[in-house]
Design a protein around this ligand. Structure first.
Ligand code: PBG
Length: 331
């Protein structure tokens, strides 16, 4: 293709022409919207660093889910903030747990909404790590039983899909086996397969109260410098029975999304995490960036990199725009 026979600008002249040759497009059905649920009534605590997001009690959660459902967002991802934390994260796998109760209420009200639950101990343990502690370290194998128990209890409450985010080795197989033994062989697992030890989870840990009380997560989450290892991690989860694999975070790891897309043919999710969301909001609040355009560009880049599903706190704002209903100002 050479100038002047080829002129790349010919197909850029009008919006109609551009729309005809556009390679990727965001759709409402691409999105999964995260929520944080806690005990109590009438609770709606704003989350600093994540404008427009709240810690919600069940009653308010049900109200907040109304618009996403009406607009056709197919799925939510649920995180729980327990009443009490302990070394083994017991509320995480209790039938009376905050997530279990919320799932029952959501499925009663919105039976067609796909409710995905995050499976991890860090919100429920007093030390804030994603597994049980033995001699000052996160002990992999004893954690697997607890994650399996948590998964079964979420599904028993009505969860449509479980999403383990702990990064213990072997957890997808352990969860698959436990679900199958309990008669839930039809329930899919979306595994956080390549999850990096990232600074971009900062605002989330405030929201979920899940910051580690000692050390950090680098002995179980991935080193940001590695992408060959991401292929191995995803491969393990595929072999263990994952139905959807995820790369997390999204924007600083678009190359990893692209590599996973080109290596595996499973549905691929990407998690546009709290820190990515917070950066955009902060810049927009300062008037330094056009919020809506930057948001749609960022989300499009995740889709272009190869993600089929995008987990994002922007999901509702983005869907409003896709449906021709631009909100005024930033949420
Ligand atoms: C729990 C979990 C985290 C996130 C999702 N599940 C935090 C972490 O690993 O510390 C981060 C989500 C976000 O930042 O939006 N393990």
């Amino acid at each position: 293709m050479h100038f002047p026979e080829y002129r790349a600008r010919r197909l850029r002249r009008t919006e109609t022409l551009r729309s005809m040759v556009r390679e990727v497009e965001l759709n409402t059905s691409d999105f999964i919207l995260p929520f944080f649920v806690m005990h109590g009534n009438g609770v709606k605590n704003p989350i600093e660093g994540m404008p427009g997001n709240f810690q919600l009690s069940r009653d308010n959660l049900l109200k907040e889910i109304d618009e996403p459902v009406r607009r056709g967002i197919p799925a939510i991802l649920l995180f729980g903030i327990p009443e009490k934390k302990d070394p083994l994260g017991k509320e995480g796998y209790s039938d009376k747990g905050v997530v279990q109760q919320a799932v029952r209420a959501i499925k009663d009200t919105y039976p067609d909404l796909v409710v995905v639950t995050d499976v991890c101990l860090c919100e429920y343990t007093d030390h804030g790590h994603c597994g049980v502690i033995h001699k000052g370290e996160v002990d992999n194998d004893p954690t697997l039983d607890l994650l399996a128990k948590m998964s079964v209890s979420h599904v028993k409450a009505g969860a449509d899909m479980v999403a383990p985010s702990d990064m213990m080795d072997g957890r997808v197989a352990a969860i698959r086996e436990a679900l199958d033994e309990s008669g839930y062989e039809h329930t899919p697992i979306m595994s956080y397969a390549a999850k990096y030890a990232s600074a971009f989870y900062g605002p989330f840990r405030e929201a979920a109260g899940s910051a580690p009380q000692f050390g950090d997560r680098r002995s179980y989450q991935m080193d940001p410098a590695n992408s060959d290892e991401a292929i191995r991690e995803v491969g393990m989860d595929v072999d263990e029975g994952a139905d959807i694999v995820m790369v997390k975070p999204a924007l600083p790891y678009l190359d990893v999304i692209w590599r996973v897309r080109n290596t595996f043919d499973l549905p691929l999710a990407a998690y546009n995490v709290s820190g990515e969301f917070a950066m955009l909001k902060a810049a927009a609040q300062n008037g330094w960036i056009d919020h809506d355009r930057a948001m749609m560009e960022a989300l499009t880049s995740i889709k272009r990199a190869g993600a089929d599903l995008i987990i994002s706190y922007h999901a509702l704002e983005a869907v409003r725009i896709l449906q021709g209903d631009r909100p005024k100002g930033i949420k």
